[in-house]
Design a binder for this molecule. Sequence first.
Ligand SMILES: Cc1cc2nc3c(=O)[nH]c(=O)nc-3n(C[C@H](O)[C@H](O)[C@H](O)COP(=O)(O)OP(=O)(O)OC[C@H]3O[C@@H](n4cnc5c(N)ncnc54)[C@H](O)[C@@H]3O)c2cc1C
Length: 394
Amino acid sequence: MGCNEALNKALPSAFTVKQRMNSTNSIWEDESIFCKNDFLIIGGGLAGLWCAFELQLKFKNARILILERGIFPTGASTRNAGFACFGSPTEMMYNADVMGEDKMWATVEMRYKGILKIRKIFGDAVIDYDHCGGYECLQHAQALQVDEKLPWLNKRMKAITGNENSFSWSNEKLDQFGLKGFDNLIENSWEGGLHSGKLVLALQKHLQSNGVLILMGMEVSSIQKYESGYEVLTQVNQTFTTTNLIYCTNAFTQNLLPALAVTPARGQVVVTSPIDGLQLKGTFHYDEGYYYFRNVGNRVLLGGARNKSFDNENTTELTTTPSIQDELFRFLTMHILPGKQFTLTNQWSGIMGFTANKEPVVEKVDENAYAVISCNGMGVALSPVIAEKVAAMF
Ligand SMILES: Cc1cc2nc3c(=O)[nH]c(=O)nc-3n(C[C@H](O)[C@H](O)[C@H](O)COP(=O)(O)OP(=O)(O)OC[C@H]3O[C@@H](n4cnc5c(N)ncnc54)[C@H](O)[C@@H]3O)c2cc1C
């Protein structure tokens, strides 16, 4: 059966006649781009791309379409900090309180496996993966709390990584990295940094070479259910049909699925000019992950300070604000680059999606419709693994 026949068979008859008569598509377009899909994914960020990856792996001949509203993914996936991380000690301790210990460790394990999976599939060179280690900067009082929990952290981490001492104190490196104003430093030897843009492009390239269609500039405005699937309408008046639908719209989900409680949270980032003799090397967390910084070659990337203005930052506006940018500049000059000359070359924001219990959502929202949402600010490592869960649901 050709694509047109499949489409006509799938659609209700009144709709089919009208659609066929009014179609301004060429027959070539009808028989390639507008065929009915087996899976239609809304959102072309990391979650959408990894879902397509897993579905294509499982259903080799399935027709899979990704619709992305931007001309490239326009949320978090190409606007993040590129930490391939699975959590700093204070963040883990906090998450254990919020989610419960078991769920926190399950999330850590998914992130650990996610990092291994990304590296295995693409290879470190393609995505600029640097196994530089992850660090958390601490003040004395927090360091005492972490020290008390360290045996528990390392015991549970051993079950995941097989390594005795995933976390170890490395206070002597504070000076080595040129950091000021922190009392202690704890190291996690399993983390690294990667190039988020190159990861997204590598995924797109892989998917397209395996027959997945990715259409950009396609903002989905509404969705209608009919007896054998869904009709997906876009802002540019193009309509697509599908048997199965997957929402990967992260912080923007409320526009299409108001019942799903996902709160947007803006993250602002700055990057410095190149710095001669930069000593900083690694990915660094501070203040339960509210501040994060790393070296990118001989430049410094710093993001965060959302906790200085939670209300203002609960937004989907992709803009920066003077108050957070000033705070990031202050943090750079006080803690990371004291006494160094630098300018800022890039200042941007991205939008994360948060759930109340900090768990990602992988759930059925309607018949043959699923949501894979909200990696809660840690989706680089998490999305490759949660995508496996949705593929297992089909
Ligand atoms: C500043 C910042 C720093 C971060 N740093 C890290 C980090 O270092 N490490 C880490 O693991 N995680 C980090 N994250 C989080 C990580 O980037 C996200 O968890 C991950 O990218 C989420 O992927 P996603 O595909 O779910 O969401 P997104 O990347 O936001 O993708 C959702 C996509 O859906 C599209 N969309 C929305 N509505 C529609 C519609 N109606 N029609 C069509 N398309 C639509 C959007 O344009 C968007 O491209 C950071 C996030 C930010 C903002």
